[in-house]
Design a protein around this ligand. Structure first.
Ligand SMILES: [Mg+2]
Length: 153
């Protein structure tokens, strides 16, 4: 998807890279409303994937339920390296933790969600948009006028 951002220029986002714990899920439970939004985003042509250290050993089950791919990343460097193979200039990263820091720096657009597991301050400082919840974050790409309104100068 290519967006014309007034005062900034064009932004193309093809891939949405999600974090799992504290972002897609809080306390091990996928946030209500996420599943339907992911379906809509896939229908719009976005590639959607999550990178996780698989702390709770539940990534396979959650990926099957959400019908998206996932990749194992045990460190911030792992997350960055995975993104480097996915054309990072067309990726958005949505996360919350310190493990997302290098990924936020590598991709074109970084978003931090302020949910119940908190957010690491270094990752917050490296992102472009801070937003309350994962559903709000995904809605930026369902209703593109929201994204444009936040990014325009
Ligand atoms: Mg996290």
């Amino acid at each position: 998807m290519t967006y014309d951002i007034p005062g900034v220029g064009q932004l193309t986002i093809n891939t949405i890279i999600l974090d799992l714990n504290g972002t897609l899920s809080v306390g091990g439970q996928v946030v209500d409303g996420v599943r339907g939004r992911l379906t809509r985003l896939k229908e719009r042509g976005f590639k959607v994937v999550f990178f996780t250290g698989n702390t709770r050993n539940d990534a396979n089950d959650l990926a099957a339920d959400l019908e998206i791919d996932w990749k194992l990343a045990k460190s911030a460097e792992d997350k960055r390296d995975l993104a480097m193979d996915m054309d990072p200039e067309t990726c958005v990263s949505i996360g919350n933790g310190r493990i997302d820091l290098e990924l936020m720096k590598a991709v074109k657009l970084g978003i931090v969600t302020l949910q119940g597991e908190g957010v690491h301050v270094e990752t917050l400082q490296a992102c472009d948009i801070i937003i309350p919840t994962i559903n709000d974050a995904l809605d930026l790409f369902i209703d593109s006028q929201r994204l444009i309104a936040t990014l325009r100068k």
